[in-house]
Design a protein around this ligand. Sequence first.
Ligand SMILES: Cc1ncc(COP(=O)(O)O)c(C=O)c1O
Length: 358
Amino acid sequence: MMRAHPWRGIVAEYRDQLPLPPDVPAITLLEGNTPLCPALRAGGDNPLYLKVEGSNPTGSFKDRGMTVAVTAAVAQGARFLVCASTGNTSASAAAFAARAGMPALVVVPAGEGAVARGKLAQAVAAGARVVMVRGNFDQALAAVRDLVTRRPDAALVNSVNPLRLEGQKTGAFEVVEQLGDAPDWLCIPVGNAGNISAYWMGFCAYYTQGRALRRPRLLGVQAAGAAPLVEGRWIDQPKTIASAIRIGHPASADLAKSSVVESKGHFLAVSDEQILEAYRFLSVREGVFCEPASAASLAGFWEAQRTGWIAPGESCVCVLTGTGLKDPERALAVADSPVEADPTAEDLLRALPPALQG
Ligand SMILES: Cc1ncc(COP(=O)(O)O)c(C=O)c1O
């Protein structure tokens, strides 16, 4: 879709699709309008596109929903924002709170590897009050839900806030605008199950309005140690290296299940090894650096190709939900280490791979 003006952010661009009063001033960082990058090598026999959500202002898809939730919170006179987070929600909430001139209380699981360092850095840099709770994400979410029942002046900006999903559905609008229609499949990582539900809302809205001729099938991808929607039971101690989707009691489980059923889609689980293979492939072979949880979408796409869920020739979009810069430790751990050399041409040439020697 051609726009005659520079991009103005989610609230201004999609105001007619959002349940906000027409005159509320948007709290925005000009989020959205992210690239839909054709995959050159990852797709095999399928046309595959990568929705690079790491290009949002705080580096993840959360900004799409945060702008809508925070715009409404300010309009309703909230005094502070609160959220539980595996990291990206806290980074986004902290930035939008700063933008709104409002305090934020963000609650993350404590413990080694519970939250990627870059995400924590973003939250503290934006001046949020960061609390690390002795518990997992599901327990942190239960605590903040309890908190807001006691404090009506607090705005809860987790995806249990329906305005978050309203904002996130715009990812589907962009996919339709960028491709000209919905793809055959949308492959997306699933943690708390809000984003997959939001995409489905967006595809349904554009289909109903005649802006898309069809809707995609949804492939919801979970990490094998944190796959309640695949296993059909809550997971009390979810485990995976993909900390952003280390969630055992997804708050939007019912919505996600009905979305996947309606789309004639499928949930599947991928191992940490499969996630890391896709993570490396995206960086090394596609030049797209995303975080491990995001790479689960490609790992799931490959698994669905292998098992026949996705047929040759069907078009697919993998949503790459967050940037790899959020988790530099992981990148450094899985890639070749840098080498030291003297500052001479000879030494530098010795560092070239064998195929380029001589
Ligand atoms: C990078 C990333 N990918 C995927 C997800 C999963 O999204 P949802 O919790 O809406 O299922 C999250 C959630 O925190 C995330 O941060």
